[in-house]
Design a protein around this ligand. Structure first.
Ligand code: 6U4
Ligand code: NA
Ligand code: NA
Length: 156
């Protein structure tokens, strides 16, 4: 039996722009990413996504659109990280810096992939174009992708 950790990852969009946060602590520290984290016991995945967005950058989203599902495995580690990726164009508030994240808007064509998780360059194009996707990445450590696949479409 594999251990499954359920996580969320939320991207706030404006036409031609995306809000990223520089992670200031913990897993992925020093990398730009969307906002999210572990889903807690007494909440749904969607509730977890909305909670993390508020906690990490002060933005409240009324509608989140499910856009992707990514499974991560690490060599010699039984844990599977299941990351649920969401988008929102409809939100309340301006992004604020928190203890966890420093937010910044990036143009779609100027995303800092060299300061991001190495898998992001593969699946961001789907997310940016609002094409639903499913993906799998096998990592060796934090920097090396040993194997991966991506397919367009996402089951319910
Ligand atoms: P704590 O500090 O325990 O509350 P929590 O906020 O629950 O942490 P965190 O920040 O560790 O969880 O969650 C990790 C975040 O990083 C999630 O949004 C998923 C995301 N993530 C993890 N691996 C990733 C990867 N390879 N590529 C990517 N995002 C990844 O783009
Ligand atoms: Na987090
Ligand atoms: Na958390």
């Amino acid at each position: 039996e594999r251990l499954r950790k359920i996580l969320t990852l939320v991207f706030v969009r404006e036409p031609g722009k995306i809000l990223l946060g520089l992670k200031k602590r913990g897993f992925g520290c020093g990398l730009w990413n969307g906002f999210g984290g572990k889903v807690e016991k007494n909440e749904t995945i969607l509730q977890g996504a909305k909670r993390e967005l508020v906690e990490e950058c002060g933005i409240q989203a009324d509608v989140l659109e499910r856009i992707g599902l990514i499974n991560f495995e690490f060599e010699n580690d039984p844990v599977i990280m299941e990351v649920h990726v969401f988008l929102t164009f409809h939100y309340i508030g301006d992004p604020v810096e928190t203890e966890e994240m420093k937010p910044e808007w990036y143009k779609d064509g100027e995303i800092p992939f060299n300061q991001m998780w190495p898998d992001d360059k593969y699946w961001f194009p789907y997310m940016l174009q609002k094409r639903k996707f499913e993906a799998y990445f096998l990592f060796k450590g934090m920097d090396t992708i040993l194997d991966y696949w991506i397919k367009e479409s996402l089951n319910d």
